[in-house]
Design a protein around this ligand. Structure first.
Ligand SMILES: *Cc1c(COP(=O)(O)O)cnc(C)c1O
Length: 368
């Protein structure tokens, strides 16, 4: 044991390049790619990932909130940044940082025009979002005339794109629903375009949409999870490489006798002599409590060690009775082969939730 170890999330930028190329290979050459880098680039590092993608042929970025967009501008990102979910209170900041809002309702459209007028903008780029069935954010498909009446009264904004979001693009059983969303999006976007004297570009697909609905790529696609190495399906997962490895080390080993308990609430009681390892990572780092009590596991010297007892804030304990290991040894929580989606499944969760939960307390390192 030579090297000093602690909990780190190691991010492989070569894997980002690989995933980007896989996505690109699924598109027509002229189709643009938007990289979704919200939530710290799905729990990795938004600034580093966005800078890396800016060096590839990325066309657009998207974040959820204004604050995330400002952080990218401060890191030197110059490509357009779409803000998916803004609130009127942040509209002045949007304009000050050249961010592009998704306008998803009459209230938001009206308020943005007011601020853009106040700030004496002309043709400020905005994106009109339609609700085609997710019922989360977006104008109803039938409100095209209303939208165009607002647009005709102002020169302060200009519609850069029209978009919508799929509800179940990864689910083959929901294919008819997705096809209906695609049709409704075509109708809404065609109608809105016909009322404008210019042609905003169109986008609909997220990662699973890209992979499952090649007929619906339109002018641009939006990928998040694919860039980070997951395809929401066994076949597609094998094309991508998870970019992150979460690893830690053994702090201490304990030897329990039959009847001894382990951890808070004595949630684990040894029924025989048991060897446990305590690891410096807990729920405050993103190891959800639901992975405790034998549900989740980590890898130590290529063997599975179950997480036993309750997950603590800063620690977990794992069963190493049958594993040859010592204090200081490396522990893998997830990596390219022991992937985050497999671990997430043990807690009835998904890759998205596990990777975006890795808290800012965990040190990030990069392979370039
Ligand atoms: C998060 C998000 C995406 C990315 O979805 P993935 O499944 O991660 O590719 C795309 N579009 C919108 C509107 C989103 O909110």
């Amino acid at each position: 044991m030579s090297s000093f170890r602690e909990t780190v999330l190691e991010i492989d930028l070569n894997a980002v390049t690989h995933n980007f190329k896989v996505l690109k290979s699924k598109l027509q050459p002229e189709t643009k790619i938007l990289a979704v880098v919200k939530a710290f680039a799905y729990g990795s590092d938004a600034q580093v990932i966005a800078k890396h993608l800016q060096g590839l042929e990325i066309d657009y970025f998207a974040v959820a909130y204004v604050k995330e967009g400002i952080a990218l501008r401060e890191a030197g990102i110059t490509k357009p940044i779409l803000v998916l979910h803004c609130q009127p209170i942040n509209f002045p900041l949007i304009i000050e940082h050249c961010l592009e809002p998704s306008l998803y309702s009459e209230r938001i459209l009206k308020e943005f025009i007011t601020i853009a007028d106040q700030k004496k903008q002309t043709d400020y780029p905005v994106h009109i979002k339609f609700n085609t069935g997710l019922n989360r954010l977006g104008f109803a498909v039938g409100t095209v005339n209303l939208i165009s009446s607002y647009l005709k009264q102002t020169t302060s904004i200009r519609v850069a794109s029209i978009f919508s979001h799929l509800a179940a693009s990864e689910d083959d059983n929901e294919k008819p629903f997705t096809l209906k969303q695609i049709e409704d999006f075509k109708i809404a976007s065609t109608n809105l375009r016909s009322l404008l004297d210019y042609k905003p570009f169109l986008h609909l697909c997220n990662t699973s949409g890209i992979l499952n609905f090649p007929q619906a790529h339109f002018d641009m696609v939006r990928s998040g999870i694919g860039i980070y190495g997951f395809g929401n399906d066994n076949k597609f997962n094998s094309w991508f490489q998870p970019i992150s490895t979460l690893k830690t080390c053994i702090s201490q080993i304990h030897y329990l006798k039959a009847g001894d308990s382990l951890g808070y609430n004595r949630a684990y009681i040894a029924n025989k002599e048991t060897v446990t390892a305590t690891l410096p990572i807990g729920h405050a780092d993103g190891i959800h409590r639901s992975l405790g009590k034998g549900k989740g596991y980590v890898m130590i010297n290529n063997k599975r060690a179950a997480i036993i007892g309750n997950v603590c804030m800063d620690m977990i304990m794992v069963d190493v009775t049958d594993i040859d290991c010592a204090e200081g040894d490396e522990v893998i929580i997830f990596d390219k082969t022991n992937s985050a989606n497999l671990l997430a499944e043990k807690a009835e969760s998904i890759s998205y939730e596990l990777i975006t939960s890795i808290s800012q307390r965990v040190k990030r390192t990069f392979i370039r």
